[in-house]
Design a binder for this molecule. Structure first.
Ligand code: 4AD
Ligand code: MG
Length: 441
């Protein structure tokens, strides 16, 4: 276990006291008689001042030999200073625990890290397991953890039940083109695209349910917002309308923004994120706009789009660039959406659904809506799509035995993290990103 954390030192409540810190060498410089070792642990980093005349020749030489990312235990006194962070350690002893071989130095150098900001180099993706230790990635992982915490907090505060669905499934939810096939003992199974259909089966039992789980999509094209394995926060409620489901989506996203402001302001500022934006997303309502209005807006901007197309990233990017807060788009054309979306009883060309589009050009972060809930209608919709009924028999049965109006949504957790952190690319916010070209490390 650890006696002291770097954050204890930085907080000021160990001033002039002796501490024992355990961590890794972040940086080191100095001369023959004095070394400045910046020691990092999971809570921050602090400069340790190592002097030959304090440690003696042998211990000083040993400490001076420690290369970047060596692990060590440092004992010494905390001294307030005017310099960076306001605290440093006057070192009394250093014990190297895991030395780094000078023949094989830590491969991620300062200059490689600069380009890491854009997340672009293949080299850094190859070194992802080591890249996790950099301050930018550590910051992203802490923000990510708070986003997960906020989602659990939101649903649990409202007495939702956390419920798990299988990941091996027999049929598509979101269309066949992004299905991952898995050989399954002489048959073909698929990796799930969404928890939704199995959540609907539990809806008559639990009425309010949610999950945070991986979903899988065989997305061939590599974009800034698509992963092949992403983390999906989904919810389903019995007796819920499209409007009621949207209200939950809005409250959830505002809760995430608020929790980040409360818990991660320092981290957000350290990556130059404007806290005023996050406060705006936490404090303001999210407007609703019909799909038709969005298409007209885009056409007015000179974008080529035909009525009936789902909006792809390029179009959402243009549409959301000048949004000041997230906007809901509702009432998509029936032909743009899968069979489970309930047809609008007022106009059969549309479905009662919504996407939530994040501003700053980020685009879709939520997809949801009301479900086709009568047996007669679901059979009609499945047949219309030319989908075999067989894999969906369990889904049809939910309607056969006491079907009720219900609905839900799915939120792309990685997308929300990327947006709120202001990341250029979705892979900046997930430890080991998966896309069509990469399953390693
Ligand atoms: O809009 P989608 O496809 O909706 C569903 O899967 C519904 N069955 C959810 C439901 O109603 N329970 O996906 C939901 C969200 C998207 O808005 C997006 O944020 C995220 O999941 N998403 C992805 N995130 C990263 N990479 C991908 N390839 C993603 N595909 C979808
Ligand atoms: Mg969608």
């Amino acid at each position: 276990m650890k006696a002291d954390w770097v954050s204890d030192v930085l907080s000021g409540n160990r001033d002039h006291k002796s501490v024992e810190l355990k961590g890794w060498v972040h940086r080191t410089r100095g001369n023959k008689n004095i070394r400045f070792v910046v020691l990092r642990d999971s809570t921050g980093s602090v400069q340790c001042v190592v002097k030959r005349d304090v440690l003696g020749d042998e211990a000083f030489e040993n400490a001076a030999s420690a290369l970047i990312e060596s692990s060590m235990i440092v004992r010494g006194e905390v001294v307030p200073t005017d310099r960076q962070h306001g605290h440093e350690i006057q070192v009394e002893s250093i014990e190297i625990i895991g030395p780094v071989d000078p023949e094989r130095p830590f491969p991620i150098t300062e200059s490689a890290m600069e380009s890491a900001d854009s997340g672009e180099t293949e080299f850094l993706l190859d070194q992802r397991h080591l890249y996790l230790r950099t301050s930018r990635m550590t910051t992203m992982l802490k923000i990510r953890s708070s986003v997960f915490g906020a989602i659990h907090g939101y649903f649990r505060d409202l007495d939702f039940i956390e419920y798990q669905a299988p990941n091996f499934v027999a049929g598509a939810v979101e269309g066949g083109s992004t299905l991952f096939e898995v050989p399954y003992f002489g048959r073909t199974a698929y990796l799930t695209q969404s928890w939704q259909l199995y959540a609907e089966a539990a809806m008559p039992a639990l009425e309010r349910l949610y999950t945070i789980a991986p979903s899988f999509r065989a997305e061939k094209s590599r974009t800034r917002r698509h992963l092949t394995e992403f983390w999906h926060a989904e919810m389903e409620i019995a007796w819920g309308s499209n409007d009621e489901v949207m209200a939950h989506g809005e409250s959830l996203v505002r809760r995430i923004a608020k929790d980040l402001l409360d818990d991660r302001s320092d981290e957000l500022q350290s990556i130059d994120r404007d806290l005023n934006l996050i406060a705006r997303y936490a404090d303001n309502p999210y407007p609703r706009m019909r799909y038709d209005e969005a298409v007209e807006t885009l056409q007015g901007m000179g974008v080529e789009i035909e009525w009936g197309q789902d909006l792809d990233y390029s179009k959402e990017k243009i549409l959301t660039k000048d949004f000041d807060v997230p906007h809901f788009l509702t009432h998509y054309p029936k032909i743009a959406k899968p069979f489970y979306h309930r047809v609008d009883p007022d106009d059969g060309n549309y479905v009662l659904c919504h996407d939530l589009l994040a501003p700053e050009g980020y685009g879709e972060i939520i997809g949801g809506g009301e479900r086709t809930w009568s047996e007669e209608e679901i059979l009609k919709r499945i047949d219309e799509e030319g989908t075999p009924r067989d894999p969906y028999q369990f889904y049809i049965d939910v309607r056969t035995y006491g079907g009720v109006p219900h609905g839900g949504f799915g939120l792309g957790v990685d997308r929300v993290c990327a947006w709120l952190a202001g990341a250029d690319h979705i892979r900046e916010v997930i430890p080991f990103p998966r896309d069509s070209r990469r399953v390693t490390p």
